[in-house]
Write a protein that binds this ligand. Structure first.
Ligand code: HEM
Length: 314
C-alpha cells in the first residue's frame, strides 16, 4: 500500500522509472557529444594510420629511418628476426658468398614442395612405380613440369652445395671459430648426395636400377660391415647379413630396396637434413655472422661523412 508521500510498492516503481529515464537521457546526451568526437578521432586516424590503436598494437615502434628503428623492425618480426639485426655489408656481397648457401637452401625448399606433390601420384611398388612416372610424364596435368622441376632442382642442389663448400674453402671460412659449422656442412653434403642417390632408384627404370646396383655393390667392400671388406669375413659378414643387405632389404635390388629408398628419400634423410640445416644456420649467427672481409668504405662514403655514418649503421 502507498503511504501519503506516494511511496510503497507503486512509489518505488515511480522512483525507478525516473532514475531509468534520467539515465537514458544522460546517455543520449553524452552520445550526442561522444559520437562526433569518436568519429573525428577515427577520421584523424585514417589520415595517419600509424597512429591508430590497431596499427600500434601490431607494430610496436616507430618507422623513422634510424638505425635503432631498423634494428627493432627486424627484431620484432617473427620472420625477419631469423636474420641478425646488423650485418657486415661486405660479408653479404654476392661477390663474397656467391649466394650459394642461400641458393642451396632455396633448392631444398623447391625439392620439398615438388616432392610432396609428386607423392600424390607415386606408389613405391614394383608394379606401379614406373607406370606412375609414365602417367606423370604423359597424363597428369603439369606432371611433366612437376617431375622435371624436382629432377633439375636435385641436380642443381648437388652443384650448388659443392660450389658453396668451394667458396667457404676459398675464403678460409672453415677456420676458427667456424670449424664446427664446417663439419655440420660436411654432413649436409653427405645427406644431399644421399638424397640424390635414393631418389635415383624411385622411377624404377634401367638407369636407376643399375646405378643403385653399382652403388650398393660398393657397400660390399665396407670395412668391418661389408662381406668383402677388410675384416668383414672375420666378423662373420655374408651377403645375407652385411651392410649392403641392410641397405637393400635383401641381397638384390628389388621391391624391398625400392621401398627402403622411398622411405629414406621422403622421410628419413629430409628430416635429418632439415635438423642439420637449422643447426647450420644457427651456428652461422653464433659464430659471428658470415665471415666476410673487413668493412670497406666506398669512395662516395668517404667524401660524405653522413653516408659513411649510415653505412656503418651509426
Ligand atoms: C644443404 C647444404 C647446405 C646449406 C643449405 C648451407 C647453407 C648455408 C648458408 C645459407 C650459409 C650463409 C652464408 C652463405 O650463404 O654462403 C652457410 C654458411 C656456411 N656453410 Fe653452409 N650450407 C650447406 C652445406 C655446407 C657445406 C657442404 C659446407 C662445408 C663442408 C658448409 C660450410 C659452411 C660454413 C663454414 C659457413 C660459414 C661461412 C662464413 O661464415 O663465411 N655448408 N651455409
Amino acid at each position: 500500500m502507498p503511504d501519503e508521500n506516494g511511496n510503497g510498492k507503486n512509489g518505488n516503481q515511480v522512483g525507478l522509472i525516473d532514475k531509468v529515464t534520467t539515465g537514458i537521457k544522460q546517455d543520449l546526451d553524452s552520445l550526442k557529444s561522444d559520437i562526433p568526437a569518436k568519429a573525428k578521432e577515427q577520421i584523424e586516424g585514417l589520415k595517419d594510420p600509424t597512429k591508430t590503436q590497431v596499427y600500434t598494437s601490431i607494430f610496436r615502434h616507430k618507422h623513422d629511418d634510424t638505425p635503432r628503428n631498423r634494428a627493432l623492425g627486424v627484431l620484432s618480426n617473427v620472420f625477419l628476426h631469423l636474420h641478425p639485426a646488423k650485418i657486415n655489408r661486405d660479408a653479404v656481397r654476392y661477390s663474397y658468398t656467391w649466394g650459394m648457401g642461400g641458393i642451396t637452401f632455396y633448392l631444398f625448399i623447391v625439392l620439398t614442395f615438388t616432392g610432396v606433390l609428386l607423392m600424390f601420384y607415386y606408389h613405391p611398388s614394383k608394379v606401379q612405380a614406373f607406370r606412375d612416372v609414365l602417367y606423370l610424364e604423359h597424363d597428369v596435368p603439369f606432371g611433366k613440369i612437376l617431375r622435371n622441376m624436382h629432377r633439375w632442382a636435385a641436380h642443381l642442389m648437388v652443384i650448388a652445395v659443392w660450389l658453396h663448400m668451394f667458396r667457404v674453402f676459398l675464403t678460409g671460412s672453415y677456420k676458427k671459430p667456424r670449424e664446427f659449422n664446417w663439419n655440420i656442412g660436411v654432413l649436409l653434403l653427405v645427406f644431399t648426395l644421399l638424397l640424390s642417390f635414393t631418389g635415383y632408384l624411385l622411377p624404377d627404370d634401367q638407369l636407376g636400377f643399375w646405378a643403385v646396383t653399382v652403388g650398393t655393390n660398393m657397400a660390399r667392400a665396407t670395412p668391418l660391415l661389408g662381406h668383402e671388406g677388410p675384416f668383414g669375413h672375420q666378423l662373420g659378414m655374408t651377403p645375407y647379413n652385411d651392410v649392403r643387405f641392410g641397405l637393400l632389404g635383401g641381397s638384390i635390388v628389388d621391391a624391398n630396396a625400392l621401398l627402403r629408398s622411398y622411405i629414406w628419400h621422403c622421410i628419413g634423410i629430409p628430416i635429418v637434413a632439415s635438423v642439420l640445416m637449422i643447426v647450420h644456420f644457427w651456428r652461422v649467427r653464433k659464430d659471428g655472422g658470415i665471415s666476410g672481409p673487413a668493412p670497406v668504405m666506398l669512395q662516395a662514403e668517404g667524401d660524405n661523412p653522413r653516408r659513411a655514418q649510415k653505412a656503418a649503421g651509426e
